[in-house]
Every structure is written in structure tokens, then in C-alpha cells.
Design a protein around this ligand. Structure first.
Ligand SMILES: C[S@@+](CC[C@H](N)C(=O)[O-])C[C@H]1O[C@@H](n2cnc3c(N)ncnc32)[C@H](O)[C@@H]1O
Length: 368
């Protein structure tokens, strides 16, 4: 088992991610105005230089495609003489082929490739914990639903799989790691950005009412993950060591934790010239739970069947990676299937309260 997030993390490939994760698309579509407003406040100059935009932690690029289209159209209109470079970034195990198929129009997803003149699309597999593009070249850095991935898990959570339920020294270790990785992430972007450039980050986090992804009043999703995985360890399907090795390499930060590098007097992020223009939290409702409430499924089983993939599309590598490599690949795949099958059965049996509502903290920053 690797402790380094870069070594195993990837959203489910072959288009599964963006097909199943329509809620993440809603997050970006609903918040595109925050970026357009930032471009309005300080319009980019039409000076003939390359306009560079990044989408960091893009997965297969399907969820951001409409947001990117709206922004690039706006740039094309405002800056007719500037070639546009659109750079998608994620980790090396990402299905980049799927990304290129989506962006180049080889899938049913509508793309923007033929709409925008003088556009150059490329991808990078460099972690966002490092500098991805050369210093002083970035006009618009964007990342949605990705900055919660930390470089590695700092401690084992004995009785749970996610830091939202950790306490004491273990919780502190996650928060410290989250703070250090966050400052580093911002410093990397401060270095990449040109003067006047924008950084738009739509981050998973903990809002002012203590809500987080899948914890907005009903069944808590991470508790459900833990319940089924723990049951499999009690029944001997997975070993206690495998259960204990299962910790999401993620930190959900509070609004105070997100904004601290911008408000603290001595902060390296402030010294690097990065300022905060806008911060807000929002909850975007789970589209599958909403459809269930609206009576759009014929049965609870049908709801469960369409709901579980939206959890599986991003969480699967964490469970799969915790299983011993002495097991065969088939055995590991069967255990992971059984785990999600148990979750699906629980939803089908008692569907009320299951919802993966998205809780984000939106930040718009500027390089002064
Ligand atoms: C939940 S997905 C979000 C995808 C897309 N941005 C969206 O909002 O639908 C998180 C993405 O972040 C990527 N990721 C995690 N750690 C990363 C890192 N250090 N550098 C780049 N991407 C990373 C994951 O591989 C994954 O594709």
C-alpha cells in the first residue's frame, strides 16, 4: 500500500467519472459567474500575449467543459489578439485519453474546441502541490473539488476512514497537514500567476453550520462508508490491518482555515502577493436524492443503483489501495464490489436521508 496520494489516486476512468458526477458539474456551472465577475473587475489586457488558463484536478474534463467554454468565449471576446492556452492538470494515473476524447469531441459531450479561435489545449500530470506552469505565465488558475487531497495521510484514524470524524492528536495531525499543503498550494499558484491574474478555487470544506460533503442533515456518507467497511473487517472479509489502512488522503478545511493565509499579518502567501477578493460557502444539492424526492425513480432500488456510482467514481481508489497487494487483482476487485454492493443494498432498503450534497468554500484570489 502506498501512502503517497500521487501514486494511486485517479477518478474512475473511461468516462465513468463525469457520467456519474453530475453534481460536481452543477457546482462549477453555478459558480462560473464568480470567475466572470473577477474578469469584469480587472479585465485582462488585449496585448497579444498568450492567455493561459489551468483546470487543476480536472479528472476527465467532462464536468468542467461548460464552465471552461463560457470562460474561454469571454476571453476570446475580450482579448481577440491573444492566443489561448488551456492546460488541464491531474495526477499521472488519470485517464487523460478520456479527457482528450471529451475535449476533442469524440464523445457525446458537447465541446468548445471548434467554437474558439486560436485555442491550444494540452494537459499536465504534475501534482498541484508543485509548480505546474512556468513562473509569471498564468492568467487564470482554476480548481474545483480537488484541493482537499493532501500529499499523504499524516496519521492512521483507528475507528474511521475520514478525518471529519477524527479527534485529538490525530485530528490535529490532519489539520496541520491540511494547513501546510494549503499554504504550499497557494504559494505555487502565486508563483505561476502573472500580475493581475486570477485564482478561482471551489473547494470541498466544512461550512459555518458544520456541514460537509454528504453530511447536511440526513445519513452521513462517510459514516456509511465506515460502517460497511468496518463490518467487512469484523466478518473477516478484509483484515483489521486493511481496515486501519483505509484513510482518505483528504482534509476538509473550515472557512477560517481557508482564509488564514490571506488574513495573517506575517503570511508567506500575502508576501507572495496573493490577495483574497471573494469568499463564500454554498451547498449544492445531490441531484440523485433530489430526483428520488421528486418521484423520478420507479423504486428505491433504482435510486440506489444510480446514487452509488456518484460516490464510487471518486472514493474507490481509497478502498482498493488499502487492500493487501498479496491478494489477487480479482479478489481485490470483488471485495470493492461487495463493499459498494452493501452500501447500495442499505440505500435500497432504507432510502430516506441518503444524499451526497456538495458543501464548498469558493475563493477568488488575485495576484497583486
Ligand atoms: C473529485 S475530483 C474533481 C474533478 C473535477 N475538478 C470536478 O470538479 O468534477 C478530484 C480530482 O483531483 C485530482 N487530484 C487529487 N490530488 C491531486 C494533485 N495533487 N494534483 C492534481 N490533481 C489531483 C484527482 O485525481 C481527481 O481527478
Amino acid at each position: 500500500m502506498s501512502n503517497n496520494t500521487d501514486d494511486f489516486m485517479a477518478m474512475k476512468g473511461a468516462g465513468y467519472y463525469s457520467r456519474a458526477t453530475i453534481g460536481a458539474k452543477h457546482v462549477m456551472d453555478n459558480a462560473t459567474g464568480l470567475i466572470l465577475n473577477a474578469l469584469d473587475r480587472l479585465p485582462p489586457k488585449d496585448d497579444g500575449s498568450v492567455f493561459l488558463m489551468t483546470d487543476m484536478g480536472c479528472a476527465d474534463g467532462g464536468t468542467s467543459i461548460d464552465m471552461v467554454k463560457r470562460i474561454l468565449r469571454e476571453i476570446r471576446e475580450r482579448c481577440p489578439t491573444r492566443p489561448i492556452q488551456m492546460t488541464y492538470t491531474d495526477l499521472p494515473k488519470t485517464d487523460f485519453s478520456q479527457l482528450f476524447q471529451i475535449v476533442h469531441g469524440l464523445t457525446p459531450t458537447e465541446t468548445y474546441m471548434d467554437d474558439i479561435a486560436d485555442l491550444y489545449v494540452s494537459a499536465s500530470a504534475t501534482s498541484f502541490h508543485k509548480r505546474i506552469v512556468p513562473p509569471g505565465t498564468l492568467d487564470l488558475g482554476h480548481s474545483a473539488t480537488a484541493s482537499h487531497y493532501i500529499t499523504e495521510v499524516p496519521a492512521k484514524i483507528e475507528n474511521h476512514v475520514h478525518m471529519v470524524r477524527a479527534s485529538g492528536a490525530v485530528r490535529q495531525a490532519y489539520e496541520d497537514k491540511g494547513a501546510a499543503d494549503w499554504v504550499n498550494f497557494l504559494l505555487m499558484r502565486a508563483s505561476e500567476l502573472r500580475k493581475g491574474g486570477v485564482l478561482a478555487l471551489f473547494n470541498f470544506g466544512i461550512d459555518e453550520d458544520g456541514r460537509w460533503l454528504g453530511h447536511t442533515g440526513g445519513v452521513t456518507m462517510f459514516d456509511e462508508f465506515n460502517r460497511h467497511w468496518h463490518a467487512m473487517s469484523i466478518e473477516g472479509k478484509i483484515s483489521p490491518a486493511e481496515y486501519r489502512a483505509t484513510n482518505f488522503p483528504q482534509v476538509y478545511r473550515t472557512v477560517e482555515q481557508f482564509t488564514a493565509p490571506f488574513t495573517e499579518e506575517t503570511s508567506a502567501v500575502r508576501r507572495a502577493g496573493l490577495t483574497l477578493e471573494h469568499v463564500e460557502t454554498r451547498v449544492v444539492r445531490c441531484p440523485f436524492a433530489a430526483a428520488w424526492k421528486n418521484g423520478e425513480y420507479s423504486s428505491a432500488a433504482e435510486f440506489a443503483q444510480s446514487y452509488i456510482p456518484t460516490l464510487r467514481s471518486w472514493s474507490e481508489p481509497v478502498f482498493a489501495n488499502a487492500l493487501s497487494k498479496s491478494r489477487s487483482a480479482d479478489e481485490r476487485a470483488e471485495l470493492v464490489d461487495e463493499f459498494y454492493g452493501r452500501y447500495e443494498k442499505a440505500v435500497a432498503t432504507s432510502p430516506e436521508g441518503h444524499a451526497m450534497d456538495y458543501v464548498h468554500c469558493y475563493l477568488i484570489c488575485r495576484k497583486e
